[in-house]
Design a protein around this ligand. Structure first.
Ligand SMILES: [Ca+2]
Length: 156
């Protein structure tokens, strides 16, 4: 039984993932721009599709996935990864969740420009009674290019 329980737990988790705990559509960008709106270009690097954003020194660039169903959920975890070109220089990014009543909750962070992929993670616990969320990624004014891939939003 001591061995069986962890195995059962693992199987339950795996089935949960297969049944679609993932709340985002096309988080890995494998289906191109499907599900994503805004200032994003889909590019392919070694058969992997990802989002490319050219940073502007005049205005914020942003892209969005709208109407993410979250009825009955309390806490969710957002993860994605990003890579900035080495010539990136800017004011960083803001991640926003816009709720049904149009209230938004945001979190700002720097963008590291060492040319490597970096993981982003936000445990978001402010869904309250909202049945839907919009996820908005904003890249503030600056110069250079930022790439995004492998978005995931799952209930905690
Ligand atoms: Ca991808």
């Amino acid at each position: 039984m001591k061995i069986l329980l962890p195995i059962l737990f693992f199987i339950t988790l795996s089935i949960g993932n297969l049944l679609g705990n993932e709340l985002l559509k096309n988080g890995d960008i494998s289906r191109g721009s499907s599900g994503w709106k805004g200032d994003r270009k889909i590019i392919s690097i070694a058969d992997n599709k990802l989002i490319e954003v050219k940073v502007s020194n005049k205005s914020i660039r942003s892209f969005t996935q709208e109407e993410i169903k979250c009825k009955g959920l309390k806490d969710v975890t957002l993860i994605f990864r990003y890579r900035a070109s080495k010539d990136y220089n800017g004011r960083g990014m803001t991640v926003r969740f816009r709720k049904e009543n149009y209230g938004t909750i945001y979190s700002s962070s720097k963008i590291v420009n060492d040319g490597n992929w970096h993981d982003y993670k936000w445990e978001f616990d402010q869904i309250k009674d909202s049945k839907k969320l919009d996820l908005i990624i904003e890249i503030k004014e600056g110069a250079g290019t930022v790439y995004f891939d492998d978005f995931s939003l799952v209930p905690n």
